[in-house]
Structures are given as C-alpha cells and as structure tokens.
Design a protein around this ligand. Structure first.
Ligand SMILES: Cc1cc2nc3c(=O)[nH]c(=O)nc-3n(C[C@H](O)[C@H](O)[C@H](O)COP(=O)(O)O)c2cc1C
Length: 225
C-alpha cells in the first residue's frame, strides 16, 4: 500500500510536469506563429516606382553577394524602380556603444555614416540585405549596421525585405541560421514583409557565382519588385 501510494504520487507529478511542458511549448509555438504573421501581415499597395535600397555588406567588393546585389539592382531598374546600392564596407559605421543606449538622437556615437544610412532605410520602400555567411552567421558589417538602427528602428516601418546570402556550403538548409538572424531584426520593426531570399550556395572564390543560375534568379527577383 505504501509503495502504491508513492507510485501514484510519482505518476501524478509526471502528468503535471508533462502538461506544463506542453503548455510552454504551445505558448512558444503561438509566439513564433504571431511573429511570422506579423512579417506577412500587410498586403502592399502595388507601386510603379519604388525606392529600393540595397545594403551590400561583404568586405569583398565584386564578390559573390555583391554581384548578386548588382543583378537584383539591374532587374529592379529594368522594372522602373529607383535603386541605390550602399557598399557598407566603404562607409564608416562604428559599433553600437554604451553612450548610444540613452541617446535617441543617434549623435552620441560620433561622426560616422550610420545615421545617414538609417535615414535611407527609413525612406525606402524596399530594403535588400546582402551578406556572405561567416561562421554560419551574417558578417560583422551587416550586424553592426543593424545594431546602429537602434535609435530609429521603430521608423523602419512597412518595408518590403529581401535577403541575399552567399556561402561555400552547398546545403541551403545550413544557411537558415543566417536567415533567422535577419528575421530577428524584422521581428523588432513595425509591419515588415519578407518578400524573398536569394541563396548563393557552393561558392567560395570571388566571382564564382557568375556562372550559376542564381545570377538570373537575382535579376528576376529584382524585376519582380
Ligand atoms: C571569415 C569567413 C568565414 C566563413 N564562414 C563560412 C561558413 O561558416 N560557411 C560557409 O559555407 N562559408 C563560409 N565562408 C565562405 C564565404 O561565405 C563564401 O566565400 C562566400 O561566397 C563569400 O561571399 P562574398 O564573395 O560575397 O564575400 C567564410 C568565409 C570567410 C572569409
């Protein structure tokens, strides 16, 4: 009798524990569904002439992601849109600092190019973010730029987003970590829409993307803006 009471108590505790775990899991599922819904919420009004801002972040100018940016730009220009490509590595973009926490002017960080770029992100209709994969993440130039949107990220509202990602790895699945990094940014800003992703996989050498069908894919995606 003593043992069977112990057994029943243990069983009851196990049931309570499992049901709590399920609740937590369900709350997590609902939260991530809400985030995805948020990213796709708004049906955009079609505009003939969109303001497209391309942020090319590889330190390798004319490298694989940069070439895909150019293809995307060509397509968007052919479709009649205004395109500006910013090559982040040519700009002065300081790390986010302790002083930036309490300064909502964006000026505490000193005299660099980040505020001007953030201003362009605020004005754009479409933002293309391109990165090489470094250690299965976005490169530092792109991450630093994202961090520097801190003062005005709430104004980067109702934009359409595209990501361009290049890697030596041939397996697209392994780039999902990098995709999720971009999605983390979108989860923090108002009313974004993720429109498309270009995966330039299996490319290590500078320019080796040139002969691959993904070049045309980037052009067509740009044209479809
Ligand atoms: C510092 C560094 C880290 C890298 N890490 C990865 C990696 O984790 N996975 C991968 O598939 N390729 C990795 N690569 C290869 C680049 O992603 C690849 O060469 C890509 O085509 C570079 O794009 P880019 O020409 O636009 O700079 C790395 C390259 C460098 C220089």
């Amino acid at each position: 009798m003593k043992y069977s009471l112990k057994f029943i108590t243990a069983m009851l505790l196990t049931i309570v524990f499992i049901s709590c775990g399920n609740k937590q899991q369900n709350a997590g599922d609902v939260q991530s569904e809400q985030k995805i819904e948020k990213r796709h919420k708004t049906e955009r009004k079609e505009k003939d002439n969109k303001n497209v801002l391309i942020l090319s972040s590889s330190p390798r100018k004319g490298g694989n992601s940069d070439l895909l940016c150019d293809q995307f730009a060509k397509g968007a220009i052919d479709a009649g849109h205004q395109v500006e490509k910013i090559y982040l590595n040519d700009m002065k973009i300081n790390f986010f600092t302790n002083d930036d926490y309490n300064d909502m002017t964006g000026l505490a960080n000193g005299d660099d190019d980040a505020n001007e770029i953030v201003g362009k992100m605020v004005s754009a209709d479409v933002i293309v973010m391109a990165t090489p994969v470094y250690f299965y993440a976005m490169c530092g130039q792109m991450k630093t730029m994202i961090d520097r949107t801190y003062e005005r990220y709430n104004e980067i509202s109702s934009k359409e987003f595209y990501y361009i990602i290049t890697a030596a790895d041939k397996d697209k699945e392994t780039l999902q970590v990098t995709v999720e990094e971009f999605r983390g940014f979108l989860d923090c800003i108002p009313d974004p829409v993720e429109r498309g992703i270009i995966y330039g996989t299996g490319v290590w050498e500078k320019g080796s993307i040139k002969d691959l069908p993904v070049m045309n894919e980037a052009y067509e995606m740009g044209k479809g803006v």
